[in-house]
Structures are given as structure tokens and as C-alpha cells.
Ligand binder design. Structure first.
Ligand SMILES: [Zn+2]
Length: 137
């Protein structure tokens, strides 16, 4: 009960945003999203894995855009093996930055790996064609 009381006290002390503030924050997020430039990629739309305990859980698949049946698999379980290191003195902002940078690095590494697999597949199986691009936001 003490913990809940402490939490209630903390929550009561947080500033309460007005509906106008909340709307402004939503509008700002919407404008920021619209302002992001579109990105062209050869990575096709991923096929998301079924949930555990299905034997295929954890494997995201990227099918050849030409429909030849080839697929590249990425294991989401193998994706996060490196330990994360956060200084004990890190502030909330520093922890957030460290986690964000780690996620961006992992995403860039995974994208590069998928693109390399797709280019290799096109070199071997569709040598006369460039992998088709699509636009993502
Ligand atoms: Zn193919």
C-alpha cells in the first residue's frame, strides 16, 4: 500500500496538460511525421512471424519482389545478443539516448544485411534486373 500511496502522490504532483496542450502535441507529431522525407528501398514488405510457440516464430521473411519463391529470413531472436551498457550515473535522457542509438544501429545493420541478401539473390537468379524499389515513410 505504501508503494501505491507514493505513486499516487507522485502522479498527483505531475503537471496536468490541458486538452489544448495535448492537441498541440498531437498536431506537432503529425506535422513532424509529414515532414519526414520518404525513403526508397529495395527491401520488400516483411512477412511478420507467427507468435511463439509456433515453430516459425521469430523469423521475419522478405520474399523476392519478382515472386520466384525465394525468401530471406531474419531471426529476431538472434538480433539482440550484445549486452547493453549504461553508466550507473546515467540520467533518464542518457538512457533513452543509449537505447535509441542501439535500436538505430541494429536497424541499420539488419537493413544492410537484408539489402545485401536481396542484391546477391538478384545477381544469381535475376541478373538482368535491378531489385525493384518501393517508397516507405
Ligand atoms: Zn527472385
Amino acid at each position: 500500500m505504501t508503494t501505491d500511496t507514493d505513486l499516487d502522490d507522485l502522479l498527483a504532483r505531475l503537471p496536468k496538460p490541458s486538452p489544448r496542450d495535448i492537441l498541440a502535441e498531437i498536431e506537432a507529431a503529425r506535422h513532424a511525421d509529414e515532414a519526414r522525407p520518404p525513403v526508397r528501398t529495395i527491401i520488400p514488405e516483411p512477412e511478420l512471424p507467427p507468435l511463439w510457440p509456433h515453430p516459425d516464430s521469430g523469423f521475419v521473411r522478405f520474399s523476392c519482389a519478382l515472386g520466384c519463391g525465394w525468401k530471406h529470413e531474419e531471426s529476431t531472436y538472434a538480433d539482440d545478443q550484445e549486452p547493453i551498457s549504461v553508466p550507473l550515473s546515467a540520467s533518464t535522457e542518457e538512457i533513452s539516448r543509449i537505447i535509441s542509438e542501439r535500436a538505430e544501429h541494429r536497424a541499420a545493420t539488419a537493413n544492410a544485411r537484408v539489402e545485401a541478401a536481396i542484391r546477391e539473390h538478384f545477381t544469381q537468379e535475376h541478373p538482368d534486373q535491378e531489385p525493384p524499389e518501393r517508397t516507405v515513410r
